[in-house]
Design a protein around this ligand. Structure first.
Ligand SMILES: NC(=O)c1ccc[n+]([C@@H]2O[C@H](COP(=O)([O-])OP(=O)(O)OC[C@H]3O[C@@H](n4cnc5c(N)ncnc54)[C@H](OP(=O)(O)O)[C@@H]3O)[C@@H](O)[C@H]2O)c1
Length: 288
C-alpha cells in the first residue's frame, strides 16, 4: 500500500513509518516544512491548519491515510482537517486511521475498560471523542475508517515515562504526580507501531481499538524505576497535584494523575496483534 502518514516526524509516527516500510508499504510523509532531513521517505508539505493543503496531499495513488499528528487544540480546525483528509477517500474503500488516546475514557476505576466503555474525556482531550465519531461515521460513506486509542507510550528512550526520569533528577527523589495508587495503561512504541500496520492492512471499517499492552502499571513503581535511572535514591514521593498544575499546566498535570485500567484484548483477538516488547518498568530501567 502507499500510505500517507500525517505526523511521520513524531515519536510514534517515526516508529510507524519504519514498521510500514519493513512490512513492504510505501510511506509518504506529510511534513510541515519541506526537506526534513530526519524523515527518510517521500515528503509532501501540508499542515493540519490548512485544509486545502491536506486534500491536495491525498492524491488518487494514496491507498491509506494515517493521522498521527498532535491535534491543533481547536475543535473546528481538527474537524476541518479530518474532513479534508477523508473527503478524497469517500466511496473508495480506502483506509483512514485516526490516532486518539485512552485519556478520552477518563478515570476508569480498577475494572479494565474495553472499547465499549463510555467516554469521559479530560480537558486535555476534551473534543477528541467528537473527532473519533466523525471518523467512525465515515464507514457509512465508503471509507475503511478506524480509530486507535494508544495507552501511555514508552520505549526508544522517549515518551512520558522519560519525563519521570527528568522529574526525579529535578526533585532529587523518585516523583509521581498525584496519588500513589494511580495506574497507567501502557504500550511500547514498537508494539504500537505494529498495531497501526495491522489496522491499516486489515481492520474493518468503523472499528475502534485500544493500543494497550499492559492494562494498568502502578505509576509509583514506574517512578521508582525512573529514580534509579536518574541516580536518586529513596521511596517515590508524590508531587502534589496543585504544584504539578502550576508547573506543567493543569490539563497535562491532571492527565498524569489519571488512574486508568484499560484492556487491549480486542486488538489481540481481532487483529492478531502480539505485543512482545519489554514492559514499561523494565523498559524504563533500561534507560540507564
Ligand atoms: N505519546 C503518547 O504517549 C500518546 C498516547 C496516546 C495518544 N497519543 C497521540 O498520538 C499522536 C502522536 O503523538 P506523539 O507522541 O508521536 O507526538 P509528537 O512526537 O509530538 O509528534 C507529533 C507529530 O505531529 C506533527 N504535527 C504537529 N502539529 C501539526 C500540524 N499542525 N500539522 C501537521 N503536522 C503536525 C509533528 O510535526 P513536526 O515535526 O513538524 O512538529 C509531529 O510529526 C498525538 O495525536 C497524540 O495525542 C500519544
Amino acid at each position: 500500500m502507499k500510505v500517507l502518514l500525517v505526523g511521520a516526524s513524531g515519536y510514534i509516527g517515526s516508529a510507524v513509518s519504519s514498521h510500514l516500510a519493513a512490512a513492504g508499504h510505501q510511506v509518504v510523509a506529510l511534513v510541515r516544512t519541506p526537506g526534513r532531513s530526519d524523515v527518510r521517505h517521500e515528503q509532501r508539505v501540508a499542515d493540519l491548519t490548512d485544509p486545502a493543503s491536506l486534500s491536495r496531499a491525498v492524491t488518487s495513488d494514496i491507498d491509506a491515510v494515517i493521522n498521527l499528528a498532535t491535534p491543533t487544540g481547536d475543535a473546528s480546525a481538527d474537524a476541518a482537517a479530518t474532513t479534508a483528509l477523508t473527503d478524497p477517500l469517500r466511496g473508495t474503500g480506502r483506509a483512514f486511521v485516526y490516532a486518539s488516546g485512552v485519556w478520552v475514557l477518563g478515570a476508569t476505576g480498577p475494572a479494565a475498560a474495553d472499547e465499549s466503555a463510555p467516554v469521559n474525556p479530560l480537558p486535555i482531550v476534551g473534543y477528541r471523542p467528537s473527532i473519533e465519531r466523525q471518523v467512525l461515521d465515515l464507514a457509512a460513506d465508503g471509507v475503511r475508517a478506524t480509530v486507535i486509542r494508544p495507552g501511555v507510550v514508552h520505549g526508544n528512550g522517549g515518551g512520558i515515562p522519560a519525563l519521570l526520569v527528568e522529574l526525579a533528577r529535578k526533585h532529587g527523589h523518585p516523583t509521581y504526580v498525584g496519588e500513589g495508587s494511580v495506574h497507567w495503561p501502557m504500550v511500547h512504541v514498537e508494539d504500537l507501531a505494529e498495531l497501526f500496520v495491522a489496522t491499516v492492512e486489515r481492520a474493518p471499517a468503523g472499528s475502534l481499538w485500544h493500543g494497550v499492552a499492559e492494562s494498568s502499571v502502578l505509576v509509583r513503581d514506574l517512578a521508582a524505576a525512573a529514580g534509579a535511572v536518574a541516580g536518586v535514591a529513596g521511596e517515590p514521593q508524590p508531587w502534589p497535584l496543585e504544584d504539578a498544575r502550576a508547573e506543567l499546566g493543569a490539563p497535562f498535570a491532571d492527565a498524569l494523575a489519571l488512574d486508568q485500567t484499560v484492556s487491549g484484548e480486542a486488538a489481540r483477538t481481532g487483529l492478531d496483534w502480539l505485543p512482545r516488547r519489554a514492559g514499561a518498568i523494565a523498559d524504563v530501567r533500561e534507560l540507564s
